[in-house]
Design a protein around this ligand. Structure first.
Ligand code: AMP
Ligand code: ZN
Length: 312
């Protein structure tokens, strides 16, 4: 097979684009796709400083790499979520990446603050993924605000967006459909614009890009995501994609152009400010402060199990 651009020997086939590429051309085409998404949706300009949320996984590290290669000004933001060995490896890979390339990285150690995801889940009896999502959203917003960033980029790819869309459609989550977009404009003075420059590239393409660029990333999935519904949706979409290449891209792209405007009326109004932390909130307290308060209250009430020697 030959490269579609330069006719050299191809190393990778991209079925939904009906094309194959050699290594340098794939890297170029990938970066151009990212650039096109940024420009098409006016995500940000070359003058703006972007806060890139970096987990240590292939998507966010590939995103950070591509943004730098494209000449954008970036700072990384990593949350050490305290999910055992998985989080430790994630932090190490992120820190190493930043260190080797002399990039600025802000790290928030939630474990050291006693706010690790397993702790939040245990004391509130909520699913770990739910407490993790609330923590990430809040810390992304808070860190962007406190460090003066107007734009926050995440590494969500086409598979993520298609799976989320499928879930939202299956359950007719109109509020979420109104908000599912590669760009979410700020609706509060403390809220940065949220952007997803990888929303048009598949998980497979990001993995190939990361490999070709020599990026060392966490290969393991988060232990909490095993059996998660999102993975089932991804699997279903992959099976459709195998018989109908292009399904994921058409699903997401056509939703954005024709489907989504129908849901815009369901969008939430502007949020108020949280009484405790000042960040955006739809009640007197934001969901993260509510979560924290619940944990703090239960921690105070919690009695350690009696030692065997007690009562002697
Ligand atoms: P996930 O919610 O795990 O699917 O991740 C989606 C995106 O959120 C990633 O591509 C990253 O941009 C960001 N992200 C996830 N986990 C972290 C983390 N621990 N620190 C910083 N960013 C993260
Ligand atoms: Zn709050």
């Amino acid at each position: 097979m030959k490269c579609k651009r330069c006719r050299a020997k191809a190393e990778v086939q991209v079925r939904h684009h009906n094309a194959a590429f050699c290594r340098p051309c794939f890297i170029l085409v990938f970066q151009r796709q990212v650039q096109r998404s940024i420009e098409k949706h006016r995500m940000f300009t070359a003058q703006e400083e972007i806060l890139v949320a970096v987990s240590g996984g292939k998507d966010s590290l590939a995103l950070w790499d591509a943004l730098i290669e494209l000449g954008y000004r970036t700072t990384g933001l990593h949350l050490a979520l305290g999910i055992g060995e998985y989080s430790h490896v994630s932090t190490t890979k992120t820190v190493d990446f930043a260190h080797r390339r002399h990039l600025r990285l802000i790290t928030v150690d939630l474990e050291a603050q006693g706010l690790a995801v397993p702790t939040l889940a245990r004391f509130t009896k909520r699913p770990a993924c739910a407490t993790c999502g609330t923590t990430k959203r809040h810390e992304f917003d808070r860190m962007a605000f406190e460090n003066g960033f107007k734009v926050l980029a995440t590494g969500h790819n086409l598979d993520d967006e298609a799976a989320r869309l499928l879930g939202n459609v299956l359950h007719w989550q109109v509020h979420y459909l109104a908000k599912q977009s590669p760009v979410l404009e700020s609706t509060h003075e403390r809220l940065a614009r949220k952007v997803k420059p990888l929303y048009r590239v598949t998980e497979y393409e990001t993995a190939v890009y990361a490999f070709f660029r020599g990026i060392d990333y966490v290969v393991d999935e988060c232990p909490n995501s095993v059996g998660a519904t999102q993975l089932m949706y991804k699997d279903t979409l992959n099976r459709l994609e195998a018989v109908m290449p292009g399904t994921k891209l058409t699903f997401v792209r056509d939703f954005l152009t024709s489907g989504q405007p129908a849901f815009s009326a369901a969008a939430d109004g502007a949020p108020q400010s949280c009484d405790a932390c000042g960040m955006p909130s739809f009640g007197t307290l934001c969901s993260y402060c509510r979560l924290r308060r619940e944990v703090e209250t239960k921690q105070l009430m919690w009695q350690p199990p009696r030692a065997a020697s007690d009562g002697r």
